[in-house]
Design a protein around this ligand. Structure first.
Ligand SMILES: [Zn+2]
Length: 263
């Protein structure tokens, strides 16, 4: 890590109060990945940076790096995007918080990943403009995150019989270790598996195809929504031992019964 001030685009993914008027924030920066910074006076009304260091803002930040410190010092910061529609809406805030939580938990400090930063910004844009179902937008983000951290979910080939396209029945098995789905009549001999419905397998295949336009038109049943949400969470936890609790993700469960934001 170099020394001295550097200007970087960053998503504010987490903030906590610090003392009377300061705030410690976790930024996901383009060039340095996750960086903890202290924003002095960030909560003081007269401060120039009031409201800037706030989730889920995209900011341009000047950061004073010092390798010996675990928390860096934030200099000037200005807003690039502030996502006002998300902030006004409880449900959208919930989905945005889940995206930020995943960014925070999936990466260690100073591990840059500009691609996933761009995907996170695109996901926030989709939430902000209510383009498509917030749930589908979050699923698409999770899939992109899996690819970014190097493990793939492949709902096609059956690892048991080697068939290129696993046969779908009412109940297939999803292999948490390999991210593969077995044919409905093939049973994996070992490893942790969870059952998935045929509806969920079709949805997952649409994901991986990237045909989110088809996905956005599909109306998954509530049981498929729960199943995929659970599957994606367990898949992440299987491959990322550091992740245990996901409070923002948990919070979304309470939205499951609410009607989705009108398009
Ligand atoms: Zn098979």
């Amino acid at each position: 890590m170099s020394s001295g001030p550097e200007k970087d685009a960053a998503l504010v993914i987490r903030t906590i109060r610090h003392g009377e008027s300061s705030r410690i924030a976790t930024l996901f920066t383009r060039n340095h990945g996750k960086v903890a910074v202290i924003a002095k006076g960030a909560r003081r009304a007269k401060s120039g940076s009031t409201g800037v260091i706030e989730i889920p803002n995209l900011v341009e930040a000047v950061i004073y790096f010092k390798a010996s410190r675990s928390v860096q010092t934030l200099g000037q910061a200005s807003i690039i995007r502030s996502f006002p529609a998300i902030k006004r809406d409880l449900v959208l805030t919930g989905y945005a918080s889940a995206v930020l939580e995943l960014m925070n938990l999936s990466f260690t400090d100073a591990e840059p990943n500009p691609e996933i930063l761009d995907t996170a910004i695109e996901t926030l844009d989709s939430l902000e403009t209510c383009s498509g179902s917030p749930r589908v937008n979050l699923w698409m983000f999770q899939l992109a995150l899996f690819r970014a951290i190097g493990f793939n979910l492949d709902p096609y080939g059956c690892p048991v019989c080697g068939r290129e396209k696993a046969m779908v029945g009412t109940r297939n098995m999803f292999w948490l270790d390999s991210g593969a789905i077995c044919c409905s009549n093939c049973r994996p001999s070992n490893g942790a598996c969870i059952p998935v419905s045929g509806e969920s397998v079709s949805l997952l295949r649409n994901f991986v195809n990237g045909s989110d336009r088809i996905l956005q038109r599909m109306k998954p049943s509530q049981s498929a929504r729960r199943e995929i949400t659970d599957l994606l969470e367990r898949f992440l936890k299987t491959h990322h031992s550091g992740i245990r609790k996901m409070p923002a993700m948990k919070m979304l469960e309470s939205f499951e019964n609410l009607p989705e934001t009108p398009k």
